[in-house]
Structure formats: structure tokens, C-alpha cells
Design a protein around this ligand. Structure first.
Ligand code: NAD
Length: 414
């Protein structure tokens, strides 16, 4: 929460601006602003200690006019109903912006998983899946990984769902390759962020090759942003994880950082770099800042100290509404989350279609199709923004809302 707004109020403030730009009719506004369905479930788990703990789980289906509901599952102490509602709404505008045939959803369990065993995680995941399985399905609602969930969690979800519905690999995406996970999906969000950044740099006349990038968060998304930039020869000067960050002006050793993260150690153990706090990372000397961890990383409290000229929102809702305005007033360029991290759901779409067709693409094809989608999404967004003299965020919301409104109208929602 920031500036007195809850996450869903904050996302809705962006929605209002996009809706105003396209003169959305009042009755359609009422339909699109609220969720179609919000489910809260009890998730009791017998811990290894013998104690029974009861967690709260949520699935919010925001809008399904353009296709089955689609969105990740996060395990996090702040994943309450309001946050999940906000993230579900972002998914609706995101899938519409990149023109993939899905609606928007999100799910989560309000839990701190640090210290939980694999058995406890599996028991919790199965219990949660069973509790929401009546609203899931290959053509109904398809979860994917998000904060603190991964391919293994998706495999357990698929197994729990398949136990009562028959073998259904397409009921979740982001699975391990052995169960129909698409080669390229794991990297897709991070790669997509970089594809958009490349296109943006070209458009704005920025020389990416000589730019210095800092990344907050080095999990799935952050690490793949780092790896992809490193492969391209772009210097990554700072990264962080939940424990803190590391900074080195002439560039960090990304391979060693990935090895640390893969072995579940903190990236702060890297030798030969300065230790920084997560706050310092966001304010460090760099040209491009990529928040790739939690929401509300940049608020009105630190926005004035952000030195990067370009902020690429790999995380969902990392910039509060007040900070967004401050950054723009300071002349920064912001690539908004609904555009920047849409590679994740686009990659999920590719996995889902392959599962349904039972036909596997090569990773080269996956990456090329992903690049095409991301470049097209950037181009339509920047075109709208420049024609209407608005921010990329306002343009992205306006385009997404207009497409969803059209589908909702055609389906007779209003
Ligand atoms: P993850 O769990 O794999 O990684 C999260 C990273 O953030 C870890 O390095 C963790 O240590 C770090 N982190 C956690 N709390 C932090 C804190 N307080 N300060 C700094 N760092 C912290 O999660 P992910 O899948 O990489 O997701 C990251 C963000 O990207 C989320 O906002 C998520 O919604 C968004 N996103 C993810 C996907 C996807 O495909 N996984 C797609 C679109 C958007």
C-alpha cells in the first residue's frame, strides 16, 4: 500500500486514466473496473512439526471476455485479496495489449514460505488447487508461476487438477519440460523485458550497448533479464535479492550470480562487488533501472532519488501512482508493467497452445514469436502515446481497455 491507496485502488487509478482517454461509457466502466469472480479459500496444512496451520488462499478472475482467465499464483505474506484483485486486473489489460486470447486472473496464498519444507509446500499447493479446482480448467482458468512459485509448484497443481479431470497438461503453464513445459517459457518474462527495452532504446535513440543496468530482484524474472542482457554484452552494474544487493560500476559477473541464485544462496555472497541495500540499489548510478521483485518498490519517498533515465517495470506494479507522476515530471521514461513483463503470459500462451495441439516448438521459434509479439506491443503503445501525447502507461491501459470493452460488448456483457 502507498499514499493511502490499496493495491487495487492504485491500479484502478491507472485504469481510470486509460478509460478516460477512450471515453469509456459509464456502464462498461462499471463492468470492467470490478472482478467477475473472487474466491477466498481456507488452506489447512499439517506442518512437519505436527502443528496444523491454516492459510488463506485466493483466486480472482477479473475479466474473461477475450478468453480463458489467465494469471500467476504467488506465495507471499502480502498476497491478500486486495493485492490479488489488483494483479488480476493488470492481467486483463496485459493480455489484451499483447493480443493473446486470454482474460485476466491472479491467485495467491498469504504465506511466508521461507523455512517451509518441500513436503509442506506440496501439501499446501495440492490443498489450494483442490479448493479452487472447480473454477480452473484448460478453457476456463489457467494458472502460472509468480512470486515464490515455480515449475515444481505448477507440476503439483497439474497433478492435483488431473487427478479429478484426467491428464491435463494445459491446465497450468510454466511447467517442467518433462510435463509439457515449453522450452523458453521459464526465460520468457525476462527475455520479453529485454526485447521491449531493445525496441524502446532504438525508438528513443539510446545506445543500449553502452548503457549500465541495475536490476532489483534476481529470481525468475530478474535473473533472466540479467542473463539476456549479459549475453548481448550490456553491462549490469547492480542486482539485489531479498537479503540486499551488490554493485560494481564496471559490471557484475552474471554467471556467478546465477550460480549463487541456483544454489539457493544470496547474491550478496558475490565477491569483488560493493554491498548495497535494496533502497540504495534503486537509487544507484545507472542508466536503466529494472525493478523485478515486489510491488510499490518506487514510491513518493524514493522516486526523487532514482537516477536512471529509463525505468522498465519487470515486476507488477512496482511504481506507486504518486511516484509514477514524480518520475515523469523528472523526465524519466517508464516502460509500464503491462507492457514490459507481458512476455511471461505470452510465453504461457505459447506453452498452452503447444499442449493443446500436442506439438512442440523449438526454443528458437518460441523466442522469435515472443520477440514479434513484444515488439508489436511496444510499437502500438508508443504510437498511441505519441499521437495522444500521453505516457506509455496511459496508452497501454487505454489500448487494453478498448479491446476488452469491444469483446465485452460483442459478448453481450452490457
Ligand atoms: P521470484 O520469486 O522468482 O523472484 C523474486 C525475487 O525478488 C527474488 O530474487 C527475491 O529474493 C527478491 N525479493 C523478494 N522480496 C524482496 C524485497 N523485499 N526486496 C528486494 N528483492 C526482493 O519471482 P518472479 O517470478 O521473478 O517475479 C518477480 C516479479 O515479476 C513479481 O512482481 C511478479 O509478479 C512479476 N512477474 C513475474 C512473471 C513470471 O513469469 N514469473 C511474469 C510477469 C510478472
Amino acid at each position: 500500500m502507498s499514499e493511502g491507496l490499496t493495491p487495487s485502488q492504485s491500479v484502478n487509478a491507472f485504469f481510470d486514466r486509460g478509460a478516460e482517454l477512450i471515453h469509456l461509457k459509464d456502464e462498461m466502466y462499471d463492468v470492467l473496473k470490478t472482478s467477475y469472480r473472487e474466491i477466498s479459500v481456507q488452506v489447512p496444512v499439517r506442518m512437519d512439526s505436527g502443528e496444523l496451520r491454516v492459510f488463506s488462499g485466493y483466486r480472482v478472475q477479473h475479466n474473461g471476455a477475450r478468453g480463458p482467465y489467465k494469471g500467476g499464483i504467488r506465495y507471499h505474506p502480502e498476497a491478500d485479496l486486495d493485492e490479488v484483485r489488483a494483479l488480476a486486473s493488470l492481467m486483463t489489460w496485459k493480455t489484451a495489449l499483447v493480443e493473446i486470447p486470454f482474460g485476466g486472473a491472479k491467485g495467491g496464498i498469504q504465506v511466508d514460505i521461507s523455512g517451509m519444507s518441500a513436503r509442506e509446500l506440496q501439501a499446501m499447493t495440492r490443498r489450494f488447487t483442490n479448493a479452487i479446482s472447480h473454477v480452473l480448467g484448460v478453457h476456463r482458468d489457467i494458472p502460472a508461476p509468480d512470486l515464490n512459485t515455480n515449475a515444481q509448484v505448477m507440476a503439483w497443481m497439474m497433478d492435483a487438477f488431473s487427478a479429478s479431470h484426467g491428464y491435463s497438461p494445459a491446465c497450468v503453464t510454466g511447467k517442467p519440460p518433462e510435463l509439457g513445459g515449453a522450452p523458453g517459457r521459464e526465460a520468457a518474462t525476462g527475455r520479453g523485458v529485454v526485447y521491449v527495452l531493445e525496441e524502446a532504446a532504438k525508438h528513443w535513440g539510446i545506445d543500449l550497448a553502452s548503457s549500465r543496468v541495475a536490476i532489483q530482484g534476481f529470481g525468475n524474472v530478474g535473473s533472466w533479464v540479467g542473463r539476456t542482457l549479459d549475453e548481448m554484452g550490456v553491462t549490469v552494474v547492480g542486482v539485489s535479492d531479498v537479503k540486499g544487493g551488490v554493485y560494481r560500476g564496471d559490471g557484475l559477473d552474471i554467471d556467478r550470480l546465477v550460480k549463487l541464485a541456483d544454489s539457493r544462496r544470496s547474491i550478496t555472497e558475490l565477491e569483488g562487488a560493493d554491498l548495497v541495500t535494496n533502497e540504495e540499489l534503486l537509487e544507484c548510478d545507472c542508466d536503466v533501472l529494472v525493478p523485478a521483485a515486489l510491488g510499490d518498490a518506487i514510491t513518493e519517498h524514493n522516486a526523487a532519488r532514482v537516477r536512471a533515465a529509463v525505468v522498465v517495470e519487470a515486476a507488477n506494479h512496482p511504481t506507486s501512482t504518486g511516484a509514477d507522476q514524480m518520475l515523469m515530471d523528472a523526465g524519466k521514461r517508464i516502460v509500464p508493467d503491462v507492457l514490459a513483463n507481458a512476455g511471461g503470459v505470452t510465453g504461457s500462451y505459447f506453452e498452452w497452445t503447444q499442449n493443446i495441439q500436442q506439438f512442440n516448438w523449438k526454443e528458437e521459434r518460441f523466442n522469435q514469436e515472443l520477440r514479434d509479439v513484444m515488439v508489436r506491443a511496444f510499437d502500438v503503445t508508443v504510437d498511441f502515446a505519441e499521437r495522444r501525447q500521453v505516457s506509455l502507461r496511459d496508452a497501454a491501459f487505454a489500448i487494453g481497455i478498448e479491446r476488452v470493452a469491444r469483446a465485452s460488448k460483442l459478448r453481450g456483457y452490457v
